[in-house]
Write a protein that binds this ligand. Structure first.
Ligand SMILES: Nc1ncnc2c1ncn2[C@@H]1O[C@H](COP(=O)(O)OP(=O)(O)OP(=O)(O)O)[C@@H](O)[C@H]1O
Ligand SMILES: Nc1ncnc2c1ncn2[C@@H]1O[C@H](COP(=O)(O)OP(=O)(O)OP(=O)(O)O)[C@@H](O)[C@H]1O
Ligand SMILES: [Mg+2]
Ligand SMILES: [Mg+2]
Lengths: 224, 224
């Protein structure tokens, strides 16, 4: 369902170029659970942002469900991003002026007219209950702990029931017990048929996946 | 050097009150290295923010270097906060429009006229080199990875050579190797005589400390 060929992302800064991702070849089949590890700054978030259509590559190609992403129009990309992909950001990306449930319902609210207010609230409450935050539904991000914000970000990624879940350090701010619960949730979702690509620094978290990749200085390599 | 008596922090939300910290009694002597663990939402950041003078308690008292904090004037508090305490935030709190080195130099820049521009740049570069970011000095936060931002936040906390370092999840976004390097740095600083209070979810990180506290539903308890 996901295939990249020599995917590259470089940034130019003055006269220097920083190649954050170098010719990455990745193949993930529908329903797989893939983990990605590597040192800080090695290019993991860069790859994940490309896969989530949040960024565009400098060169190389990315095929999502068979379609080359570079040939898609802006509205087609936006549609794929909104309907097929759930993204858990490393730094959460919550909106400070919205409550937890409104943040979670945002992907639904974006789909003009498709979900009534009560529908959005019900689905958001349900997603928040799955990450044990039913008692924080009305809090806004500044009134939540670090791990609570992370869980809101997780709930938001799940509310559209996406085919592909891209998780960037989903347990980085969680105590080990809460982390285990989140991994159990991700395994359930994977068992339902959803494809999961997860970046993590924690080897015990990576063990939940069926395949492991490593990144080093922008280069991707599968573990045997 | 740090002592709290029945320190309490509650938030009122409509008719409900959330007691994030309940009557915490903590004693830390100069030069100690204390770790604090506990579930997500248990009150760790709340306690650390009170210790760092970033928040004020609802009741109870906090004695910093013998002085009851509730009796200090605003300028005295600001002075203590700027000179004696280095704070590593769980969510980094970097300024998006400043480069890494400018973010690190901010605590020095605040001390009107004390540090010339070149002085600030030198000290910031040195602090960034200690966290292995000498090659990212001019990047601004949006051009840095999650772990790089965390390391900028760490460097900023150290640039004033503080007597007390309060670290909230200092390795949450770091791969294990980089995490080990940061812990080695903190142990060095502790060996130099600085007091460290560190919140962490990682038992192997907590092991670097000489004392361990646990928090649960706002209640603080020392491990025996
Ligand atoms: N906009 C940008 N301009 C220049 N360099 C950038 C930019 N964004 C990222 N980088 C650099 O690209 C490299 C890879 O970043 P990336 O965020 O992918 O790392 P990562 O593997 O996710 O790291 P971490 O584990 O710390 O989150 C980093 O060294 C970073 O400094
Ligand atoms: N401004 C606020 N208003 C209401 N409740 C709040 C506010 N700030 C924090 N809380 C609540 O206080 C509790 C403790 O928060 P705190 O940030 O101290 O937790 P923590 O132990 O640091 O958690 P984590 O490990 O997830 O970072 C949380 O349940 C949170 O929802
Ligand atoms: Mg990252
Ligand atoms: Mg916290």
């Amino acid at each position: 369902v996901i295939r990249t060929e020599k995917l590259t992302r470089a940034y130019s800064m003055g006269e220097n170029a920083i190649t954050a991702l170098r010719e990455a070849d990745l193949t993930v089949h529908a329903g797989e659970f893939v983990a990605l590890m590597g040192a800080s700054g090695s290019g993991k978030s860069t790859l994940l942002n490309l896969l989530g259509l949040l960024d565009h590559a400098t060169s190389g190609e990315y095929f999502l469900e068979g379609k080359p992403v570079s040939s898609l129009r802006r509205d087609e990309l936006a549609d794929l991003r909104g309907r097929r992909i759930g993204f858990i950001f490393q730094n959460f990306n919550l909106l400070a002026r919205l409550s937890a449930w409104e943040n979670v319902a945002l992907p639904l609210a974006y789909r003009q007219g498709e979900f009534k207010h009560q529908d959005q609230l019900d689905r958001a409450r349900e997603a928040l209950a799955r990450v044990r935050l039913e008692h924080r539904v009305e809090h806004n991000p500044m009134e939540l702990s670090g791990g609570e914000r992370q869980r809101v970000a997780i709930a938001r990624a799940l509310v559209t029931q996406p085919a592909v879940i891209l998780a960037d350090e989903p347990t980085g701010n969680l105590d080990s017990n809460t982390g285990v619960e989140i991994m159990r949730l991700l395994k359930e979702l994977n068992a339902e048929g959803r494809t999961i690509i997860m970046v993590t620094h924690d080897a015990s978290v990576a063990r939940n996946a069926s395949r492991l990749y490593h990144m080093r200085d922008g280069m991707l390599k599968e573990d045997e």
